[in-house]
Design a protein around this ligand. Sequence first.
Ligand code: C5P
Length: 237
Amino acid sequence: MEKQQLLYEGKAKKIYQTNEANILWIEYKDEATAFNGEKKDTLAGKGRLNNEISSLIFTQLKDKGIESHFVERLSETEQLVQKVEIVPLEVVVRNIVAGSMAKRLGMEEGTPLSKPIVEFYYKDDDLGDPLITEAHIELLEAASDEEVAQLREMALAVNEHLLALFSEINIRLVDFKLEFGRTVNGELLLADEISPDTCRLWDKDTNERFDKDLFRRNLGNLQEGYAEILARLTQHS
Ligand code: C5P
């Protein structure tokens, strides 16, 4: 496989074309951003940790029958993925109240939810990725009604598997964000990454944070937190 020209550089990843039309080459960067790019830093080793954690999680999901765009990990910071057209929605699943939901609804962080909540955010940096309803999704033509139903179903299925996976390593899966793409056949496929950048992960015994809130809220060393997740996942698999 040959790495070709840079197609896109995002906040956390660079995406390159390859000599295979349907395969992209992803490079995870060490940059951390929060609050829509307002807080920024370079954190050495973050790219490697997220690449390794995301590769492990996508592999374990595949073993449970959940497909994703992930093809193969190439190096510490690189992986190959299937090319998809990204659906402009961030699909957030919550098991415990935290973050923006705690703020928006005036609820205490850490309150367990009796059933998971799925939310849709419109992927638009200029708008600050607003929370939107299904009527807005239809209006914006971001996805069809049928796709929205599928996205919800797929996100809840991923949640079931991730809850079990993290529970086995003594981690509370508080919430997480997924992105999906459409394949050339028009099918929805899980895409982007699943890592401590995109999940809230708390130790079950101590509630210690091992996720991006370490950076967002200056709670501690991000790389140490992510390394703890990688170590627990590796020992377990
Ligand atoms: O900020 P908020 O509470 O809405 O985040 C919910 C979950 O989605 C968190 O796990 C957060 O890390 C993730 N998220 C993300 N990318 C965003 C927004 C939220 O990965 N742009």
